[in-house]
Design a protein around this ligand. Sequence first.
Ligand code: SAM
Ligand code: DTB
Ligand code: SF4
Length: 364
Amino acid sequence: MSWTRAEIAALFDLPFTELVFRAAEVHRSNHAAGQVQLCTLLSVKTGGCPEDCGYCAQSVHAKTGLKAEKLMDVDAVLDAARQAKAAGSQRFCMGAAWRELKDRDLDDVCAMAREVKALGLETCMTLGMLTGEQARALADAGLDYYNHNIDTSPEHYGAIITTRTFEERLDTLEHVRAAGIAVCCGGIVGMGETRDDRVGFIHALATLPRHPESVPINALVPVKGTVLGDMFDGVKMIDDIEFVRTVAVARITMPRSMVRLSAGRESMSESTQALCFLAGANSIFTGDKLLTTPNAGDDADAALFEKLGLRPLTGGEPMRAKSPSPQRGEGWGEGAPRSNVHSDAAHPHPALSLEGEGEDSAAP
Ligand code: SAM
Ligand code: DTB
Ligand code: SF4
């Protein structure tokens, strides 16, 4: 991946309408514009997480009053998955408030992946850190995607989370890729980061050895009792236009990835969401609830889709259809060392030129 931080910063600096126009062009060349993928989330293990992620309601360090629960039964998960399918969802994403997956829970989560897939849904899990062996077991169970976010720039990471490192996130992503599971990796904006951090965040994603198949862009949901929720109580931490810029830059730098409007959509106006779809967002979480916080809800989304003339995605995703994930054992990518997240080599990217050719050249 050839993107430098300087090139990504230059994209963020483009006049807004120029940036959105270019992002829309990249979107149309790589996706069925007008189709938006519907995904449903379920928290299969809520609360009591030992990590200290400053945004998260489920951390034991947060004073949110959230009760820690046990891992759900497979049957209860399947009931929720059937409902999601009936509501038109394409993918079912199961989240657990864990620092890492413990081997004692491996059989249960593998059963969830296997049986949800057997219902005809795509499966995604986000269970914290994984070993290579655990990733292979999940792949064998038929898991399609693993969500593991880098959350912010490498420089800002330590201000948000102290109980793990940015490098540890990359280790798990490497295990997921090596097992042949598709990668879902993104982060959160509106956590007090600077524009330069947003540049570093997108740069870290766009210079992974392979672009993530899915890139969730969350806007911080400020939860009372969390470090960030209390710090930014009542303060809007990300301007709508800057949020749309972030979506547009993600779309341009990762042309074939699915860019998912994730947390924070509930408090976004229809116009901001419409701008995000124009700027290349093409996936959302549906339903009334994310993991622990409210989501826009199916009725509001149906009305928005109707108003905007959007349709649920029915076909496959470009990165999965045209370039299958590496096979087991292929690893992180031959000859592709971990990105130098501080690389700033001066190779202006074609998408930056005013002629606007070559938006696809950073495609994996
Ligand atoms: N424990 C696992 C982990 O951290 O990878 C999986 C669950 S975790 C809740 C999944 C992601 O949700 C986080 O990486 C973060 O990006 C997002 N998230 C959590 N709380 C959020 C909030 N209050 N606002 C926005 N995004 C949030
Ligand atoms: C992601 O990036 N966003 C989703 C999903 N991956 C697992 C989670 C959003 C969680 C929002 C806060 C909550 O509901 O607790
Ligand atoms: Fe735990 Fe994940 Fe929440 Fe961090 S984001 S506290 S790892 S559940």
